[in-house]
Design a protein around this ligand. Structure first.
Ligand code: GTP
Ligand code: MG
Length: 691
């Protein structure tokens, strides 16, 4: 196809719950448009959209992939997104930059949890959308039940534009309610022939056509007047009303089909081209003037200053970093210097290309709306805005969701620690919904993500891309120790066996401080009973001793130690001797002060559909949780609670199975509290065993 203009571009994200057939639909698009000889199959690992080994092994999409096809003088860019909630950040970034979305719903399962999530994202970005009820050929497929679930769970009005002909095995086409023709698909390439509407369907066709006409009329005042005046709406009226309604999201068309059998994919493509907006239809996009709150706008115009947004980064150990971006305004050629306004630096853009799954096709130059990629940028990351330096604009980035599942990463080969840090940092560039830190107290390398699969995939990528083998372990809980009582104790170190001896003698008062206050050392020596030069050494000895308490080896906190008395020896005393004396005194004293174990408590916020409230609250109580509040958000309940960290190390998986994947949660450290004695005993026993 000759070079197209922005108005003949369509940028569409394919989104929905896991396994509804998004990738299969993309394969079907490419096959039908003549870009592939046969559609790739997810189950056989032959889909060009699921090309990463981690995806092929699991038969699911893990990372969004882009491709394009030409259709009736239009260029359609499709982005296949992952449906698994572990990879939802990628999906959201893709929705951020497209002009329309196809929301897939399973004809058997109807609306599911992830459908609700992507629906909310599409709302957030005010995206025009089309619902495609897929897998109509499956056993127990039920178009009308799926339509009902759209109403009841998404709480929206959506309008069927087609009704299925046949169901399950015998599903073979649909009635087009606009043209009032039956479309029969018996060509595997996806084209259809037109027939008269089967007699038995007339009644429901009439009913749904009436609903559709009314919904379309509602999206345009002129049409509404005509409709209310009893006039029939013409084909052109219906088409123009539909386009207007879809663009404003007042109207959400429902289409159906089977991606695998290539039924309904051609009409869906026609709808994309005819009713989903081009970048021009969507109009100017808003961003911010850098460093101000001022709004700046860019028109999808080739003569406007260049601006684009980065929505994905892929780390590749051999070819370097790959950066995917969408152009909003202006044009771009290969070999240009481009300003990254988010990081305030210039980047050299070498060859720019379009992606066809993993394959790269040279792009030459880009127009507004284009989705393209460039290799080897140095600093640019996902969410950044790149633009003309003289006319800067910053587009709002998608904030990664909070990571809620953590694992400690351990190298299988000793000495690989540094390599782990650098490899994980590369993976973080690709996926900012992963986070990485070193446990302040436990010194473990902690990798956190949205769920266990998220972390496991990261580890597999580490093996494939950086030849690094690691083990995953449940992270240790950073317990602490403190005291409840007071004491006055002597710490004395004396050694006199030939030559110069060692002598340090201290008296310490040890008492608890309020929780969270930290620790304090006070020097109250009077009259030089311990000379000034030795007293800082006493403090040093105590601070070192605090690092490992006597109960279970955890740091001791919230204690005040006062050095009140002591003696010294003119020859044998030294800093070292006083340091040891302080340490001995502290260790002995703490044991006499009713030492206890403290554990981290977190504030947790759990979002669940109504029906799971009872189960989730009951489960929280059994985890020693205390409910601190409740709230509602759209159709969900929010439970706020405080719960010990040790009880929620596996919560992501547990909540998922408790709520069929429909619950989400976030948590943050709150404070430390005493571990109840029976549990403390177990922790202490375990630490003694570890030795
Ligand atoms: N019967 C039937 N099966 C389908 C259809 N579309 C997809 N499938 C099957 O459903 C399974 C999942 O298909 P995918 O295309 O991987 O689904 P997806 O939505 O991309 O899944 P994720 O990327 O993991 O979210 C595969 O086994 C497909 O063969 C369809 O129209 N009919
Ligand atoms: Mg997929």
């Amino acid at each position: 196809m000759a070079k197209y203009e922005a108005k003949s571009l369509r940028n569409v994200a394919i989104v929905g719950h896991g396994g509804v057939g998004k990738t299969s639909l993309c394969e079907s698009f490419l096959y039908m448009a003549g870009k592939s000889d046969r559609p790739g199959r997810v189950d056989e690992g032959t889909s060009c959209m699921d090309f990463e080994p981690e995806e092929q092994k699991r038969h699911i999409s893990i990372s969004a992939a882009t491709n394009f096809f030409d259709w009736e003088k239009h260029r359609v860019n499709i982005i296949d997104t992952p449906g698994d909630s572990n990879f939802t950040y990628d999906t959201k970034n893709c929705l951020r930059i497209v002009d329309g979305a196809i929301i897939l719903i399973d004809a058997v399962g109807g609306v599911e949890f992830q459908t609700e999530t992507v629906w909310e994202y599409a709302d957030e970005f005010k995206l025009p959308r089309i619902i495609y009820i897929n897998r109509m050929d499956r056993e127990r497929a039920d178009f009308f039940k799926a339509v009902e679930s759209i109403k009841s769970r998404l709480k929206i009005k959506a309008t069927p534009l087609f009704l299925p002909i046949g169901v399950e095995e015998s599903f073979k086409g649909m009635v087009d309610l606009i043209t009032m023709k039956a479309m029969i698909f018996d060509d595997p390439k996806g084209s259809y022939r037109l027939e008269d509407i089967p007699g038995g369907m007339m009644e429901s066709v009439e009913k749904y056509r009436e609903i559709m006409v009314e919904d379309i009329a509602e999206s345009d005042e002129k049409l509404m007047d005509k409709y209310l005046g009893g006039e029939e709406l013409s084909l052109d009226d219906l088409k123009s009303g539909l386009k207007k309604g879809v663009l404003s999201s007042a109207l959400i068309p429902i289409v159906c089909g089977s991606a695998i059998k290539n039924i309904g994919v051609t009409p869906l493509t026609e709808m994309i081209v005819n009713y989903l907006p081009s970048p021009v239809d969507r109009g100017p996009v808003a961003g911010k003037k850098p460093n101000t709150e001022g709004i700046e706008k860019r028109s999808p115009d080739e003569s406007a200053p260049f601006s684009a947004m980065v929505f994905k980064t892929i780390a590749d150990p051999y070819t370097g970093r790959l950066t995917l971006f969408r152009v909003y305004s202006g044009t771009l050629r290969s070999d240009s210097n481009i300003y990254n306004v988010s990081r305030k630096l210039n980047e050299r853009f070498g060859n720019i290309f379009f992606l066809e799954g993993k394959n790269q096709k040279p792009a030459g130059s880009l127009v507004p709306g284009d989705i393209a990629a460039v290799a080897k940028l140095k600093e640019t990351a996902t969410g950044d805005t790149i633009c003309d330096e003289k006319s800067p604009i910053v587009y709002e980035r998608v904030i990664p969701p909070l990571a809620v599942t953590s694992f400690a990463v351990e190298p299988k080969t000793r000495g690989d620690e540094e390599k782990i840090v650098s490899s994980i940092n590369r993976l973080l560039e690709e996926d900012p919904s992963l986070t990485f830190h070193r446990g302040e107290q436990t010194k473990e390398m902690i990798l956190s993500g949205l769920g266990q699969v998220h972390i496991e995939v990261a580890v597999e990528k580490m093996r494939r891309k950086f030849s690094l083998e690691v083990n995953l372990k449940t992270p240790r809980v950073p317990y602490k120790e403190t005291i409840k009582g007071k004491t006055r104790v002597q710490g004395k170190y004396k050694k006199q066996s030939g030559g110069r001896g060692q002598y340090g003698d201290t008296w310490l008062e040890i008492e608890p401080l309020p929780r969270g206050e930290g620790s304090a050392f006070v020097d109250r020596i009077v009259g030089g009973v311990i000379p000034q030069q030795y007293r800082p050494a006493v403090e040093k000895g105590i601070i070192e001793a605090m690092e490992e308490g006597g109960l279970a080896g955890y740091p001791v906190v919230d204690v005040k130690v006062t050095l009140v008395d002591g003696t010294y020896h003119t020859v044998d005393s030294s800093e070292m001797a006083f340091k040891i004396a302080g340490s001995i005194g502290f260790k002995k004293g703490v044991l006499a002060c009713q030492p206890i174990l403290l554990e981290p408590i977190v504030n947790i916020e759990i979002e669940i559909p109504d029906e799971y409230m009872g189960d989730v609250i009951g489960d929280l109580t059994s985890r020693r949780g205390r409910i601190s509040g409740m709230d509602t958000r759209v159709s969900h309940q929010i439970v706020k609670a405080q719960v010990p960290l040790a009880e929620i190390l596996n919560y992501a998986a547990d909540l998922r199975s408790m709520t069929s994947g429909r619950g989400t949660f976030t948590y943050q450290h709150s404070h430390y509290e005493e571990v109840p004695p029976p549990i403390a005993e177990k922790i202490i026993a375990a630490s003694k065993k570890e030795g």
